[in-house]
Design a protein around this ligand. Structure first.
Ligand code: XMP
Length: 317
């Protein structure tokens, strides 16, 4: 019968056999799958695993540093690459959702390959692929972007021509979390909501600017922290704030304001394929609306998204 302890023992042995004395390079995202996969590989080969974590400029507030700190705690050998300016430069003027995805996917590969070149004699590419990624081939965004491409790091395998190391290929998400707990990975990381590869770029409707990213980071951070403080974070499958390309009139003291609107999204779901909007308590919605409007300068209106998937999607872009 399956236990996470057996899985760890067997997998580490199998990884040692597959990898031998070669080196593995791997892109880490701060998410559950890549972290658990990397930790297993690290257990097998130590610092011959070279992790790379890229700041693409559209991560959550403080996420880059926090994730790097967590990796350091686990003992993973991960290099953080600050590529914010490069991403902002190439995203400038892009308003179409798929165009934004393409830019981010391409730049990510460029940055990763550049770093991979610096590791002499790399033989394998680590990936956090899990079983649903292997079997799912259903398209949700039209022919060019499938669920599968969401979860993989933008076609790295084909381009790098490296042998793959995918220790989680046979596991479902709950099993990945159990293995992660067995490996001592902190619960706050294992219970993180899914976060899309293109990050806040697909939650800023229209053009992305560093100012808008900062504005959304502040609102999103208050929202997520508020959910945690009110013990709601673990009750929803995914949550985030969306910056709308809309300004509206408000009043602050005796002054008229003309500022942006954020939409708050929270959904319940099993796998992201279908989702219901989460019925967050009115008291919480009242609290968080005030909290955001009173503390995030540049936002004077908060709305709550009550659309389910289908026909809406979880993300707005
Ligand atoms: P939608 O918006 O399609 O989202 O209902 C379903 C799940 O997929 C995530 N998502 C993405 N993840 N790259 C990713 O890595 C993407 O381009 C992307 N688009 C959506 C979304 O956050 C949700 O969990």
């Amino acid at each position: 019968d399956w236990t996470s302890a057996h899985f760890v023992t067997d997998t580490v042995a199998a990884l040692k056999k597959q990898i031998g004395d070669r080196k593995v390079i791997m892109a880490l995202s701060g998410g559950v799958d890549s972290t658990v996969a990397a930790t297993l590989i690290h257990k097998a080969i130590g610092d011959r695993l070279y992790g790379i974590f890229v700041d693409n400029g559209v991560l959550r507030k403080n996420e880059f540093q926090q994730v790097l700190d967590t990796y350091a705690t686990i003992g993973l050998n991960v290099k953080g690459i600050d590529a914010k300016e490069l991403f902002y430069r190439e995203l400038k003027g892009k308003t179409d959702p798929e165009a934004k995805r393409k830019v981010i996917g391409k730049l990510f590969i460029d940055v990763f390959q550049e770093e991979a070149k610096k590791v002499e004699g790399v033989g394998l590419l680590g990936q956090g692929t899990i079983y649903p990624d292997v079997i799912e081939s259903v398209s949700v965004h039209g022919p060019s972007v499938t669920i599968k491409s969401h979860h993989n790091v933008g076609g790295l395998p084909d381009i790098m021509h490296l042998e793959l190391v995918e220790p989680l290929r046979s596991l479902f998400k709950d099993e990945v979390r159990r293995v992660g707990a067995e490996l001592g990975i902190p619960a706050n990381l294992l219970n993180r909501h899914p976060f899309p590869g293109p990050g806040l770029a697909i939650r800023i409707l229209g053009e992305i600017t560093p100012d808008k990213v900062q504005l959304l980071q502040e609102a999103d951070d208050r929202y997520i922290q508020g959910l945690k403080d009110h013990h709601l974070y673990d009750q929803v499958w995914q949550a985030g704030a969306i910056l709308l390309p809309v300004k509206s009139v408000g009043v602050m003291g005796d002054e008229r304001t003309y500022e942006f609107t954020v939409a708050l999204r929270a959904v319940t779901s099993v796998d992201g394929m279908t989702a219901d909007w989460a019925h967050l308590p009115y008291d919480f919605l009242a609290y968080i609306s005030n909290d955001i409007i009173n503390n995030v300068k540049g936002i004077n209106r908060v709305v709550y998204d009550i659309s389910s998937k289908p026909p809406a999607t979880i993300e707005w872009e």
